[in-house]
Design a protein around this ligand. Structure first.
Ligand code: SAH
Ligand code: TYD
Length: 410
C-alpha cells in the first residue's frame, strides 16, 4: 500500500509512487571487518506532492548521519567537474560580481572546487560546509570556510559578520536539504536586494526521461522542476528568474532566484515550464510509468549479471558512487556478482559498499587484471572514464551500462 507524507514545501499531501525498499546510507562505507548488524537502514520511497508538485522522499534521514567528519565525497575527483565549476566562477565574476567589493557565499562548498577560483581572483567569499573532512581540504587551499550546516540562524550570523551577499550559490546541495523554509528565509536575510541565489541539482525531467533512478538515494531529498521551484520560491518571497539545462551528472538544471519583483524572468523559464507541461512531469501517470521502467531495468540488470556469472565471466564495478547504493541494494548485487568496485577516493578504498558489502579497491587493482566486464556505476562520468580507460577496451574489456537501459558497450 503506497504511503503518504506531508510536503516539506507546502504542507499538502505527498503520494508515494515508487518504493526502493530497505536502503543504507549511500556514502557510509563500512570497514570490511565492521559489525554489519549496526549498519543504518531506512525505507527509500519517493512521492509527488499533490499541491505544489514537488517530488520528494517519503522518509528523511537525520542530517548528522549523512554529513559529518568522515563524509567521503570529494568534488574535485572529476576533471570535467573542475572545469565546469571554474567556468561558472568566471561567469559569475563577469556578470553578478562587478560592483565594489563583491561577496559570494557557497552552501556545500565541499573541497572548494568552485570557491578556489573566487579565492584566486581575490574576491571576498565564504563556504558553508558541515562535513569537517572536506571542509578542511577547502581550507587547505586558502578558502574561507565555516564548518556548519546552513540554515536561517547561520545566514543571520554571516550577515552580521560579513554583510549581505551578491551571490549565494549551491551545487548538488540544495536538493539535500529537507528544511527548505529555513534555508530560503536565510537566503532572503543574507542576499542583497540586487543579488541572486543560484543553485544546480539533478533535474526530474532528465531522471524521468532517462530512467536514471539511481539519482534517488538518502542524500537527494528533493527532485526539482522549474514548476516546483517556481512554487517554492514564490512561497518564500523569491522568484524564479532564469533556468539553464546542464550536461553534468546525467542532466541538471541551474536555477536563478531573485527577491520577488527585482528581475524580469527570462524566456528560458517559460520555455522549460512549457516543456514540463508537454512531458506531463507533474502527472502521477508519468511518474508511475517511470516506476515501471525502474522495475524493468532492475530485472534486466539482475538477469544479465546472473547470466555472466553462469558463463564464468568476471565483472568489476567502476565508481563507488552514492548512486550505486540504490542500484546494488535494489538489485541485490553482492560480491558473488560483482567481485569489487574500483574508485579513486582514498576514503572509500579498503572499505566495502553500503548494504551490499562489495570490496572497494583502487583503479590500479582494476588495471592489474582487467575483468571481462566493467559495470559503470559512475555513468555520469562515462566520457571521461572511458577515455581514461581505453586500455581496458583495447584488452577486450566491455562496459555494462544501465541508464537509460541495460546494455553492453563494445
Ligand atoms: N558542491 C559540491 C558538493 C556536493 S555534495 C559539488 O557539487 O560537487 C553536497 C555537500 O553539501 C556535502 O559536502 C555536504 O556536506 C553539504 N551539505 C549538506 N547539508 C548542508 C547544509 N545544510 N548546508 C551546507 N552544506 C550542506
Ligand atoms: P559522482 O558520480 O560524482 O557522485 P555520487 O557519489 O554523488 O553518485 O561520484 C563519482 C565517483 O566515482 C567518486 O567516488 C569518484 C569516482 N570516480 C573514479 O573512480 N574515477 C573517475 O575517473 C571519476 C571521474 C570518478
Amino acid at each position: 500500500m503506497p504511503s503518504t507524507a506531508q510536503c516539506r514545501i507546502c504542507g499538502d499531501q505527498v503520494n508515494e509512487f515508487y518504493d526502493f525498499g530497505r536502503q543504507p546510507l549511500s556514502d557510509a562505507f563500512p570497514a570490511p571487518d565492521a559489525d554489519h548488524s549496526s549498519e543504518f537502514f531506512f525505507r527509500l520511497a519517493v512521492g509527488l506532492c499533490q499541491g505544489c508538485t514537488m517530488v520528494q522522499l517519503m522518509e528523511e534521514v537525520p542530517r548528522d548521519r549523512m554529513f559529518h567528519e568522515e563524509y567521503p565525497y570529494v568534488s574535485s575527483g572529476s576533471a570535467f567537474m573542475r572545469e565546469h565549476f571554474e567556468g561558472l566562477a568566471k561567469r559569475l565574476l563577469a556578470t553578478e560580481m562587478t560592483g565594489d567589493d563583491p561577496f559570494v557565499v557557497e552552501l556545500g562548498c565541499n573541497d572548494g572546487v568552485m570557491l578556489k577560483a573566487m579565492a584566486e581572483a581575490g574576491v571576498r567569499h565564504l563556504g558553508v560546509e558541515p562535513s569537517g573532512g572536506v571542509a578542511d581540504l577547502a581550507a587547505a587551499k586558502g578558502i574561507r570556510v565555516r564548518k556548519s550546516f546552513f540554515e536561517e540562524s547561520t545566514a543571520r550570523e554571516i550577515e552580521a559578520e560579513d554583510g549581505r551577499a551578491d551571490v549565494i550559490y549551491a551545487a548538488n546541495t540544495l536538493c539535500h536539504i529537507p528544511y527548505m523554509g529555513s534555508i530560503l528565509a536565510g537566503v532572503r536575510a543574507l542576499l542583497k536586494p540586487t543579488g541572486v541565489f543560484v543553485f544546480e541539482d539533478p533535474y526530474l525531467g532528465d531522471i524521468v526521461e532517462r530512467t536514471s533512478f539511481d539519482q534517488i538515494y538518502d542524500e537527494h531529498f528533493f527532485f526539482f522542476t522549474a514548476r516546483s521551484v517556481r512554487e517554492m520560491a514564490a512561497r518564500n518571497g523569491l522568484e524564479l528568474v532564469d533556468v539553464e539545462r546542464l550536461p553534468v551528472h546525467g542532466g541538471e538544471v541551474r536555477y536563478t532566484l531573485a527577491p520577488a519583483g527585482e528581475r524580469t524572468p527570462t524566456a528560458a523559464v517559460a520555455q522549460l515550464l512549457r516543456h514540463e507541461e508537454e512531458q506531463s512531469l507533474a502527472e502521477p501517470a508519468a511518474l508511475e510509468a517511470f516506476g515501471r521502467n525502474v522495475t524493468r531495468i532492475r530485472d534486466d540488470l539482475t538477469a544479465l549479471l546472473r547470466r555472466l556469472k553462469d558463463e564464468g565471466k568476471t565483472v568489476v564495478g567502476y565508481g563507488a558512487t552514492a548512486k550505486s547504493a540504490t542500484v546494488t541494494n535494489l538489485c541485490g548485487i553482492t560480491p558473488d556478482l560483482v567481485s569489487f568496485v574500483c574508485d579513486t577516493t582514498p576514503a572509500k578504498q579498503g572499505r566495502v559498499t553500503p548494504g551490499t558489502h562489495i570490496p572497494v579497491r583502487t583503479p590500479e587493482d582494476f588495471a592489474a587484471d582487467y575483468p571481462d566486464y566493467a559495470l559503470l556505476f559512475a555513468w555520469n562520468h562515462a566520457e571521461e572514464i572511458m577515455a581514461k580507460e581505453q586500455a581496458f577496451k583495447d584488452a577486450g574489456g566491455q562496459w555494462i551500462l544501465y541508464v537509460p537501459d541495460v546494455r553492453i558497450v563494445q
